[in-house]
Design a protein around this ligand. Structure first.
Ligand code: GCB
Length: 652
């Protein structure tokens, strides 16, 4: 998190980004209620204004954060969480680039403002892309990056006077530069015969709409002033004894006691410990298994942590409960092992994307997506192309859906985006991401980037450094990035644990010629494997398809073509998965919005579901395939049985 005066930031102008962020300090535990913690969600309507002034700096020049936003001009009602782009009728707001301002006035419970033994924290789940936050006109936080949470301790501010009301102002800039993640460039168009004065566009090198706003919950939560700041859990197995290693960081006092207990799903304590770090041993442990790999997948224990401390204001306790899945992850030259058994990623790539709300978090959508995933027989997905909401990973933990957790390193193409400034930011983003997601059993691999220009000379050093750093932060998970570079030219591939390759045979070339797919795909796998002897994942493949378009013989964009193309891929995947291919992830789970272009018809149509989550023919094809693949492993028998005979697919 970057903290520097808002004024200094504003002087840099709206379209440039600062660099050299300081490394984050402290934990980023998901805010859970407990006996010692409360939370107050600030979802709902906020006041909103986009700064359409020429330099986009009027908000800073007039200090819109100093007084209620309505006093400095007209405001709109803006829902949170949501992207701001698609909720209105204004085309200019849809494509707005620069600073937008959000504001919410709230009343705090009296206790929160009076109890000096209480810490009040403001947490912003995601603000895309650069955010500055004020409370009652006082600058409290700045953050770079659109997909990870940040916090500000606002106790002093809310406890300093008689006021129980609190005005939160958040200015957000969605501009992308060569050093942001994802990167982008601002292009000023200066030909006066074609463009008005000052005209500029935001160019991007990625294929999804650059939605912006407060995409996830904004909330306040409390802890005691001496509190559990961070918990790190790793797990292992010794025969049938589950090993849970924990490390706890406490802030606020050096004199405290920590007690931990591990509870099973029945609430029975199965192990106990004390102190800031230790190992819990669980005889006959229930392992966390992926969906369809076991009759009782996704077993979660609860790690209950109790902190007691003596402070100036008396004895203090803090309680935090963390779900824990006991599982191991390992790779060999040809396999991806979960709990020592070969795991095959039969899954999808997703986007956080839907009508109207854009990238705004939405529970009904989330539940629908998980129901579709399980209907499909998918056991995994990649968070293409950025970290998803924490609630998504929580559901993955609960349902056994395995995750390749991807950073926002998408579209790293320019030489400038491999510079030290960019690398430094990417290192910090990996820290933030690992700090947030490290305890999810569902997360089995980190993906650092999607389709970077990894053939450029600086890419070798860039990925070597980034991968080493990621492994140092988390030695327990394999690391990859997703490539579409030729196997001989890729300078980052030597450092990854698993080779993830995207290819679009018979789509972006050899249009309409599905007969070449098998040869080209087999060649792709064989070349990569010969060069690296590492397990491989087909991390993207697919075809654009307009739901309801039918052509037989198949033509591009018809449902028949999408099915036909997938079937050709599956022939080769079925051969190679017996050797070293450990997964296939379809592009994409659902249609999604992109920038406007003659190559995109209302967005990218490679979904096997429409943007409204209705199936295309390919969804049924894939469903048949995924359940058949599941059938071939021996760990899931009862799951498949219930799928075949039961009314509900979700009894597993
Ligand atoms: C890719 C990208 C993905 C695109 C997809 C496509 O290789 O990784 O972001 O959306 O191709 O449909 O072109």
């Amino acid at each position: 998190m970057l903290r520097r005066p808002a004024g200094a930031w504003a002087l840099l102008g709206p379209l440039l980004w600062g660099c050299g962020l300081a490394l984050l300090q402290g934990g980023m535990l998901y805010p859970r209620e407990s006996r010692s913690r409360e939370r107050k969600e600030l979802d709902g309507l906020w006041s909103f204004r986009a700064d359409f002034s020429d330099n986009r700096r009027q908000g800073f020049e007039q200090q819109w954060y100093r007084a209620p936003l309505r006093e400095s001009g007209p405001t709109l009602d803006m829902p949170v969480p949501s992207s701001f782009n698609d909720v209105g009728q204004d085309g200019q707001l849809r494509s707005f680039v620069g600073w937008v301002w959000y504001e919410r006035e709230i009343t705090l419970p009296q206790r929160w403002t009076e109890d000096l033994g209480m810490r009040v924290v403001l947490r912003i789940g995601s603000a895309h892309y650069y955010a500055i936050v004020w409370v009652n006109g006082v600058h409290v936080a700045e953050h770079e990056g659109g997909h990870l949470p940040f916090e500000a301790d606002i106790s002093k501010l809310v406890q300093s006077g008689p006021l129980s009301s609190c005005r939160i102002t958040i200015a957000i800039n969605n501009t992308l530069s060569p050093h942001t993640l994802p990167p982008g460039t601002i292009l000023y168009k200066t030909d006066p015969s074609m463009y008005p004065k000052g005209y500029f566009v935001q160019n991007i090198k990625f294929d999804f709409f650059n939605y912006a706003g407060l995409h996830r919950t904004v909330l306040l939560y409390t802890t005691p002033t001496t509190y559990i700041d961070d918990i790190t859990v790793t797990t292992d197995m010794d025969q049938d004894i589950g090993l849970v290693n924990y490390q706890i960081v406490v802030q606020g006092s050096d004199h405290f006691q920590l007690d931990v207990g591990l509870l099973d799903e029945e609430g029975k304590v199965v192990a106990k410990g004390a102190g800031a770090q230790g190992q819990l041993q669980v005889p006959n442990a229930h392992l966390w298994w992926p969906y369809l790999m076991h009759e009782h997948p996704a077993y979660l224990y609860s790690l209950e942590v109790k902190l007691t401390a003596q402070t100036a204001v008396g004895p203090v306790s803090d309680f935090y409960t963390l779900p824990v899945g006991i599982r191991t992850v390992a790779i060999t030259e040809r396999q991806f092992l979960i709990n020592g058994k070969p795991f095959y990623f039969q899954g999808v790539n997703k986007h956080e994307d839907a009508d109207i709300r854009g990238k705004g978090f939405d529970w009904p959508l989330l539940v629908k997506d998980f129901n579709l995933l399980r209907w499909l027989g998918a056991n995994s997905f990649r968070t293409s192309h950025y970290p998803y909401a924490e609630e998504v990973l929580q559901l993955c933990d609960r349902y056994g859906i395995v995750v390749i957790d991807e950073s926002p390193g998408v579209g790293i193409m320019l030489a400038e985006s491999f510079s030290n400034v960019s690398l430094q930011h990417h290192l910090e983003v990996m820290e933030e991401m690992i700090r947030r997601d490290k305890n999810h059993p569902a997360v089995v691999m980190w993906s650092l980037a999607n389709e970077p220009a990894s053939f450029l000379k600086p890419a070798g050093y860039y990925f070597k450094t980034l991968i080493a750093h990621t492994k140092a932060l988390d030695p327990s998970r394999p690391v990859t990035f997703v490539t579409n570079t030729n196997y001989e030219a890729d300078l980052g591939a030597p450092y990854v644990d698993v080779i993830c390759v995207n290819s679009y045979y018979s789509w972006y070339h050899d249009y309409g010629h599905m007969e070449v797919i098998q040869l080209q795909l087999a060649t792709q796998f064989e070349n990569w494997y010969k060069a690296y002897q590492k397990p491989m994942i087909q991390s993207e493949y697919g075809a654009g398809t307009i739901a309801g378009f039918h052509e037989d013989p198949p033509l591009m964009f018809s449902e028949e073509y999408q099915k036909g193309l997938l079937e050709q891929y599956h022939v080769v995947l079925d051969q190679k998965r017996k050797e070293y291919v450990v997964g296939e992830l379809i592009w994409n789970f659902a249609d999604f919005m992109t920038n406007q272009s003659p190559f995109r018809m209302m967005g990218n149509r490679k979904g096997i579901f429409t943007r409204q989550r209705q199936p295309k023919s390919a969804a049924f094809l894939l469903r048949e395939r995924y359940w058949r693949l599941a059938n071939e492993t021996r760990y899931h028998q009862s799951a498949v049985k219930s799928q075949c005979v039961g009314n509900s697919l979700f009894t597993v």
